[in-house]
Design a protein around this ligand. Structure first.
Ligand code: NAP
Length: 303
């Protein structure tokens, strides 16, 4: 067990790395831990970010690398470790990670969110053999092939656009007749020659032998495809704190713009908290606001 820290930052995405920059500038004694050595899991897997101020369009990995390098240049202490459980003991927190244990007076919990499964027959069976959740990671295997993308949000449309540059044909299957994704991005998809959209349709089953061969839709149609990318939303990674903080029904940690949670000293930032708009820019704002909350909380404890 390490000495008592002012702050422990759990997660190295946009919220966590921004918090690290602000914490360094505030002179806090802290550590940031992220499961990945390159940090920024969700963003790093995004091909094109076109709504972050100052960049017309930037690759997600390049953007998070800049965040990481900024924090590093200020000397932010960052470790590659997986946070498994955070417990509150009196006024401080015990943080159990895969490789180490920490104690801190405050925690900024910003572990983000992970992809949701669709839950159809064949999904689990063909996972890694034609069924994937990350276009940037696996798109390469579908060069000149036909793939299906399931979903109608920003992830589905961004993934479909990315795959259109690699694959022969990209078919987006969306359950409604209207996309949830940003209009500009949807228009780009519609204008892309080798893409098509099947509206108001849901998958019933993914079929194949050793790998995916086709999908069956609930209306009985069969669509031949070599791969299926599932982009039907995300679930919060709030498991490590769920025993000490209030969450909503979906597991998002209940917190407002000030990132204050139901537990004194515990702040939730980024995609893991309840919020209207899950974007890189709003995660960065959370990172800054949460450090402001941490500083005020520590001062209130000292006085
Ligand atoms: P999302 O916005 O929640 O969209 C999920 C999509 O999947 C929706 O279209 C939804 O349909 C559909 N869906 C959900 N369950 C389904 C099911 N069982 N069967 C079929 N379809 C289903 O999730 P996301 O696209 O992963 O995005 C998550 C957050 O990250 C969002 O806030 C998004 O804006 C943000 N994001 C931003 C960027 C960017 O700005 N560069 C890129 C990616 C993601 P309905 O529309 O009918 O609900």
């Amino acid at each position: 067990m390490n000495d008592m820290l002012d702050l422990f930052i759990a997660g190295g995405g946009a919220a966590g790395l921004t918090a690290a920059v602000y914490a360094m500038r505030s002179g806090l004694d802290f550590i940031l831990a992220d499961i990945s050595s390159s940090m920024g899991s969700q963003i790093a897997l995004t091909d094109e970010v076109d709504n972050y101020t100052g960049f017309d369009s930037v690759n997600g990995f390049e953007l998070i690398k800049k965040f990481y390098e900024h924090a590093k240049s200020l000397g932010a202490p960052m470790v590659n470790d997986e946070v498994s459980l955070i417990e509150k003991e009196n006024k401080s927190f015990n943080i159990k990670c895969a490789n180490n244990e920490y104690r801190a007076k405050t925690v900024i919990y910003c572990a983000g969110a992970t992809h949701r499964e669709l839950g159809v027959k064949g999904e689990k069976e063909f996972s890694g053999h034609g069924v994937g959740y990350c276009a940037v990671c696996d798109g390469f295997f579908y060069r000149n092939k036909t793939v299906i993308v399931v979903g109608g949000g920003n992830t589905a449309v961004t993934d479909a656009l990315y795959l259109s540059k690699i694959c022969k044909r990209v078919i987006v299957v969306h359950r409604r007749d209207k996309f949830r994704a940003d209009k500009g991005r949807v228009q780009k998809l519609i204008n892309t020659e080798n893409t098509e959209v099947i509206y108001s349709a849901e998958l019933d089953e993914i079929i194949g032998d050793k790998t995916v061969k086709a999908v069956l839709l609930k209306d009985g149609r069969k669509i031949d495809a070599d791969g299926v990318f599932i982009a039907v939303g995300v679930s919060p990674r709030s498991g490590a704190v769920k025993n000490i903080v209030k969450t909503d029904e979906a597991g998002y940690i209940i917190a407002g713009e000030d990132c204050q949670t139901s537990t004194a000293g515990l702040f939730a930032a980024g995609d893991v908290r309840t919020k209207a708009l899950r974007q890189i820019i709003t995660a960065c704002a959370d990172g800054a606001n949460s450090v402001c909350g941490v500083t005020a909380y520590l001062e209130s404890q000292d006085s």
